[in-house]
Design a binder for this molecule. Structure first.
Ligand code: ADP
Length: 497
């Protein structure tokens, strides 16, 4: 079964969040599950410079056909090409979408610095659809698996494109975060090479604008999202981001497949970022990891202090204003707070102010730091993830593996992966963290109190830590579910004129 995996970021070459981690780990796991996987990526500088030469016998660059695709007059003169390449580490075959005028830009890959994001990501969708229709004479995928709004036009172009030859690939569209939708002004529509009727409520029009997310949801043969709870939540208005009606209408093709963890990257016993590795049998070493973190981030070295960690994009979604609101109380209770994150300026500044007010007890590093992210997982007692909504969330899974007990809002993937320390769960030995229901400082406070209470009982705390560290969210499991989904699609693939 041949699978084209289409995404915009991939660890370790380019990562802005969880999507990068998923794309780094899922394609190799799909290969291990028996799929013949290739990855299609835009030629951002980090991708272009990070991939190796292709190992394939037929490795000629492929020119994209322009006719009936996105209006290439909006593109620079140099024709976009697909260059075969190899991904470092996994050694998977890849196609890099080479269009330097669109992708060879420094900085955040999604920043719309030149107002042409619509065309940039339409071209990615077009490239995926061309491959799905057999552009590469030596390798036509059975499945085109697309990820998030950047790839939303791929399923639609796949359906719309009329190409001679074998039937098109089937499409799977995975929502990693419904809140980011790829909305563009209606003036983009005529440049997309799509028939006029698609600019309507049953097409890709969204309140008078063009929505790439909606295109993916309308046209994909199957829709998945990254946890079963989030799959349910996005079908209701509160978390449906205006697309819950469409998702309900397509509910027979929507499912949730929980993300996994790449334990080759995220395991405290073999983590290159740690000076003092440890594991469930050597938990006493976690105290050393705590001291390492305190020194590194600028907290007072106090082995007795309960350290709360945050590794997160600093956005409204993540609910971190709740933590900022209780920061003084945490310090008064003798705890410390270590924050690593970047994002919304007011939130960054609020944490920086809190650190200035409590030097040595609250430490904040604004920015992106992969190594420190590992250090916080290892050194923290509790990992805070109070997200307002959370499609899956990976950091709480890393927290579990590192014995930094996650304290989370009961929502999305957080609800699916953390077992609350209720008396019953403690008794049954299944508890792995702290879960709160009411999204408010009051709700958070109640969970914090339970964390402090449990921490005062070292034996009980260690028991929960051991249970947490013993959890496995293996990519093998997720890859098996995706492979089964792909298999279910192959006989149903049809050609729609
Ligand atoms: P999201 O994709 O919504 O950002 P996830 O929990 O799914 O959230 O994934 C976040 C990923 O990004 C994790 O690997 C986390 O460690 C990483 N991360 C987030 N912020 C930072 C940061 N400031 N520095 C380093 N890694 C970060």
């Amino acid at each position: 079964m041949k699978v084209l995996y289409v995404c915009t970021e991939i660890f370790p070459l380019l990562k802005t969040g969880g999507l990068g981690d998923v794309s780094g780990a899922l394609p190799p796991a799909l290969r291990d599950a028996g799929c013949d996987v290739r990855v299609l990526l835009p030629g951002f500088p980090a991708i272009r410079d990070g991939v190796g030469p292709s190992h394939l016998k037929q490795a000629e660059p492929l020119a994209l056909p322009a006719r009936r695709g996105p209006e290439l007059s909006a593109l620079p003169a140099q024709a976009p090409m697909l260059r075969p390449a190899t991904l470092p580490g996994s050694e998977l075959a890849a196609y890099v979408l080479d269009a330097p005028a669109l992708f060879n830009r420094p900085g955040n890959p999604y920043a719309d610095t030149q107002g042409d994001n619509g065309i940039r990501f339409a071209l990615l969708g077009w490239a995926a659809a061309c491959l799905g229709h057999g552009l590469d004479a030596y390798w036509q995928p059975d499945i085109v698996h697309c990820h998030d709004w950047h790839t939303g036009l791929a399923p639609l172009y796949l359906r719309q494109m009329a190409m001679p030859g074998p039937p098109r690939a089937a499409s799977v569209f995975t929502i990693h975060n419904l809140a980011y939708q790829g909305i563009f002004p209606r003036t983009l529509f005529p440049q997309l090479g799509l028939p006029d009727y698609l600019f309507g409520i049953d097409g890709i029009e969204f309140w008078g604008q063009v929505s790439f997310m909606k295109a993916g949801l309308q046209a994909a043969d199957r829709i998945t999202t990254v946890s079963p709870a989030y799959a349910r939540e996005i079908m209701a208005a509160e978390q449906g981001c205006g697309l819950d009606g469409l998702l309900r209408a397509r509910s027979n093709v929507v499912s949730g497949i929980l993300n996994g963890v790449d334990y080759a990257v995220w395991s405290p016993s073999r983590d290159d970022a740690l000076v003092h590795p440890y594991d469930v049998e050597s938990l006493e070493e976690k105290v050393t990891a705590k001291a390492d973190l305190q020194r590194k981030i600028g907290l007072q070295e106090r082995p007795d202090a309960m350290v709360f960690g945050v590794v997160s994009r600093l956005t409204e979604q993540k609910g971190l204003h709740l933590i900022e609101a209780v920061a003084d109380e945490l310090v008064r209770a003798g705890a410390q707070l270590a924050v690593l994150g970047a994002g919304d300026a007011p939130l960054e500044q609020a944490f920086v102010r809190a650190a200035a007010k409590h030097p040595g007890q609250i430490a904040v590093q604004v920015g992106y730091n992969e190594c420190l992210a590992h250090g916080i997982m290892a050194g923290a007692d509790v990992l805070l993830v109070p997200s307002r909504f959370e499609p899956c969330g990976l950091t709480q899974l890393y927290g579990l593996r590192y014995g930094a007990l996650p304290l989370v809002h009961r929502v999305g993937g957080l609800a699916d992966t953390v077992v609350d320390t209720t008396p019953e769960n403690l008794e049954a030995g299944t508890a792995t963290g702290f879960v709160f229901d009411e999204f408010s400082t009051q709700g958070l406070r109640a969970a914090l109190r339970r964390a402090f209470d449990l921490h005062a009982l070292p034996g009980a705390w260690k028991k929960v830590q051991r249970t947490a560290m013993g959890q496995r969210f293996d990519w093998r499991e997720a890859a098996g579910q995706y492979a089964a989904l792909y298999r279910s699609l192959i006989p149903q693939t049809d050609r729609i004129a």
